[in-house]
Design a protein around this ligand. Sequence first.
Ligand code: SME
Length: 149
Amino acid sequence: MKPEHAVALQHTVEALLGAESAGERLAAVCRVLQALPHYTGVYIYALEGDMLVLKAFHGRATGHTRIPSGKGICGASVLTRAPVTVVDVGSDPRYLACNLETKSEIVFPIIRGETYLAQIDVDSDDRAAFGAEDEDLLAEVAKLLAPLF
Ligand code: SME
């Protein structure tokens, strides 16, 4: 793991320990992750029935507060039950745009057993911003967040 990702993970653990409610924990984790230079916006959605519902974010606000599973990059992760990384959102027909600045996106699922609970969605203004280091970091964060859902 790159040093900056390791620092973000350490700060995530501290944020989780320091916050007093589940809502505060999610907000704090979004804030900590968004401090990474290429993380422009961080969003946490819970899967409620067939709907992804925005629970916390840091960075640009989004109009996509409720996303049907199967719609968008976020919904694609629910269907495949896997992380989805998009190098160039402009050339992905699944993409639900929030703004014109976003160039790439990663969605990482939070799964317990067989149950898809929630997901971490990160936008970047940089093209091809996300790689294996980001997947490794978000996998650890997803494990830490799973008990909150
Ligand atoms: N771009 C996402 C929608 C959510 S916003 O990025 C916060 C998608 O295509 O599903």
